[in-house]
Design a protein around this ligand. Structure first.
Ligand SMILES: [Zn+2]
Length: 485
C-alpha cells in the first residue's frame, strides 16, 4: 500500500513537472517567433530556474515522504510484537532490533544474563574508542493490557487521526526506535561519531529490572563499555515543553504490624491491636496530607515530595459468613507504598517510621521492603543518586543546547515520581537523564488506549538526531589537557 502511494506521489510530481516544462517551452517558442531577443534570454533564464526548482521539489518531497512513512511502519512493526508481561515475546523483539541494526551496519549482540531474557546491545563505533561512550537505553517489555477496554486492539498499532494506538507507544518502544531512526538519518547525512555510541534494549523494566538493567549495569560487559552518560525514559508533557528527569524517587515498601490483647467486641479497653494500628494510620495520613498540600500549592513538584499511600489493610478473625463480629483481634497490619526523593532526609524518615508510625510503645513492629528491598537513595559512593543539571555536568549542557538547536523547548528538570532503570546506572555514580521526547501528548503510560501522534514521533527523531550528534562529537580532550597544565 505504501509503495503504491509513493508511486502515485512520484507520478503526480512528474506530471506537474512535465506540465510546467511544456508551459515554459510554449512561452519560449512565442518569444522566439516575436524575435524579441531580450525576452528570449529572459525566458531561457526562467526555464533554467524553473527546472532547477522542479528537480529539488521532486527529490526532496519524495525522499521525505519515503523516510517518514517507512519510519512509522518500522515503529508499528515493533509495537505489534507482544512483549507484555507475564509472557513477553522477547526473542521476537530481539530479532527485530537485530535486523534493524544490520540494516544500519551497527554491531550487535544478544546477551542473556538470565536465560530467556535477551538484552540486545548495539554499537556504532566512534573514531576514538578511548573516549567515554554514550549509552542510549530503552526497555523492550510493556505492561499487560485489558484489551476489551481499548478502542483499537493494543497490539495492532492502528492509526486514527494521526495517532498510533498501541501498548508501548509511549512506554517506551517509541524511544528505542527513535534512537535507531536518528542514527539512520545521521548515517545518511554522512555523520561519523567521535565517541562510541551504544544502544541497549533491556528486558524486565516493568517488573523491577532485576534480570535486565540491574544485571547489565553491574556486568563486565558494561565495565568495558566505559560509559560516560546514559539516556533513559521520561514522561510526556501536555504542553509544548519537553520534560526531563535527573533523579527518581526510591520505593520504600513499608509493612507495619500491631498486636494487642484480644477481647470481647463489647468491651472498651486500651492497647487493642486495631486501636494501635489506627493511631499510626492517622499519623501517616497527616504526613501524607502535608506533603500533598505542598504539591497542590505548587510549592513542590510531584517527584520532590515523599508520597505515602496505603495499599493494604489486614485484620479480623474470619468466619464462614465473613468476620467474627464480637471479637477484637489480637493482630492487625497495614502496608504502604512510600516514594522517597534523593533530596529527602532519609534518616529522619526512618526515625519517624520507628518512633511515630510503628513505635514499640504501642506494641508495633515494621518491615521495610518485605515485598521488595528498600532501594537506597545514595549511590555506591555515598552520594545522593541524582544527575547534576547545571554547567558542572557538560552532558547536561550539551543536551540543553542540542534540544534548543532542534527548536525544542525544555521544562525545568524534575525528579521522576516512580522508578525506572536509570537508577541502576546512577547507582554506579554515572549521570543518567530521563527523557522521552513527547510534547503535546496526554500521559497514557500503563493506561488504556495508549497512543503517540505520528508527527510527535517524527519530531522526536529530529530531537534525538541533534542530541546524538552533540554527544557523539563532543571532544573534551582539549579541556582535560588544559587541566593538566
Ligand atoms: Zn517504561
Amino acid at each position: 500500500m505504501n509503495r503504491v502511494l509513493k508511486l502515485l506521489n512520484q507520478v503526480d510530481h512528474i506530471l506537474f513537472g512535465v506540465k510546467g516544462i511544456l508551459g515554459v517551452c510554449k512561452l519560449v517558442d512565442m518569444m522566439i517567433r516575436k524575435r524579441d531577443f531580450d525576452q528570449y534570454l529572459y525566458s531561457a533564464l526562467v526555464l533554467v530556474v524553473f527546472l532547477n526548482h522542479i528537480d529539488k521539489t521532486v527529490t526532496s518531497s519524495v525522499s521525505n515522504v519515503v523516510d517518514d512513512e517507512e519510519s512509522i511502519s518500522r515503529f508499528q512493526h515493533y509495537l505489534k510484537i507482544n512483549t507484555a508481561h507475564p509472557n513477553p515475546k522477547y526473542y521476537e523483539a530481539a530479532d527485530f532490533i537485530i535486523s534493524q541494526a544490520k540494516s544500519l551496519s551497527l554491531e550487535s549482540q544478544s546477551i542473556e544474563f538470565v536465560q530467556g531474557k535477551p538484552l540486545v546491545l548495539l554499537k556504532w563505533p566512534g573514531k576514538d574508542s578511548t573516549l567515554q561512550s554514550i549509552l542510549l537505553n530503552s526497555h523492550t517489555d510493556v505492561v499487560p493490557v485489558e484489551d476489551t477496554k481499548w478502542v483499537h486492539p493494543p497490539f495492532d498499532a492502528r492509526v486514527q487521526n494521526g495517532n498510533v494506538y498501541a501498548r508501548g507507544s509511549q512506554d517506551m518502544k517509541c524511544v528505542g526506535l527513535q534512537y535507531l531512526e536518528a542514527i539512520r538519518k545521521l548515517k545518511h547525512s554522512g555523520f561519523k561519531p567521535l565517541r562510541d555510541v551504544y544502544l541497549s534494549f533491556v528486558p524486565d523494566e516493568e517488573i523491577g529490572g532485576h534480570d535486565g538493567a540491574a544485571k547489565f549495569a553491574n556486568s563486565e560487559v558494561f565495565d568495558k563499555m566505559n560509559v560516560g552518560i546514559v539516556l533513559d525514559e521520561g514522561l510526556p508533557s501536555i504542553n509544548d515543553k519537553y520534560r526531563v528527569f535527573y533523579a527518581e524517587r526510591s520505593p520504600w515498601w513499608l509493612l507495619i504490624k500491631s498486636t494487642g490483647a484480644p477481647g470481647h467486641g463489647a468491651k472498651l479497653y486500651d492497647n487493642t491491636a486495631l486501636e494501635n494500628l489506627f493511631k499510626s494510620i492517622e499519623s501517616i495520613r497527616r504526613f501524607r496530607g502535608a506533603q500533598f498540600d505542598l504539591v497542590k500549592a505548587g510549592l513542590m513538584a510531584e517527584g520532590e515530595v515523599v508520597s505515602v499511600n496505603m495499599v493494604a489493610l489486614k485484620a479480623g478473625t474470619p468466619s464462614p459468613t465473613g468476620f467474627v463480629m464480637n471479637l477484637q483481634p489480637s493482630e492487625a497490619e497495614a502496608a504502604f507504598d512510600i516514594r522517597v526523593p534523593p533530596t529527602a532526609d532519609q534518616a529522619s524518615l526512618e526515625r519517624r517510621i520507628a518512633e511515630e508510625w510503628a513505635p514499640t510503645s504501642r506494641n508495633m513492629t515494621f518491615e521495610l521492603g518485605q515485598f521488595k528491598q528498600k532501594v537506597s537513595a545514595y549511590d555506591k559512593f555515598g552520594q545522593p543518586v541524582l544527575t547534576a543539571t547545571d554547567e558542572s555536568n557538560h552532558w547536561w549542557s550539551l543536551l540543553e543546547g542540542a534540544i534548543t538547536e532542534a527548536n525544542g523547548k525544555l521544562e525545568n528538570p524534575e525528579i521522576f515520581p516512580a522508578s525506572t532503570d536509570a537508577r541502576y546506572f546512577r547507582d554506579r555514580g554515572l549521570p543518567a537523564i530521563g527523557f522521552s521526547p513527547m510534547a503535546n501528548t496526554p500521559i497514557l503510560l500503563h493506561d488504556h488506549n495508549e497512543f503517540l501522534n505520528k508527527d510527535e514521533y517524527l519530531r522526536g527523531i529530529e530531537i534525538y538526531e541533534s542530541i546524538i550528534k552533540a554527544y557523539a562529537s563532543f571532544d573534551d580532550t582539549k579541556d582535560s589537557s588544559k587541566d593538566e597544565l
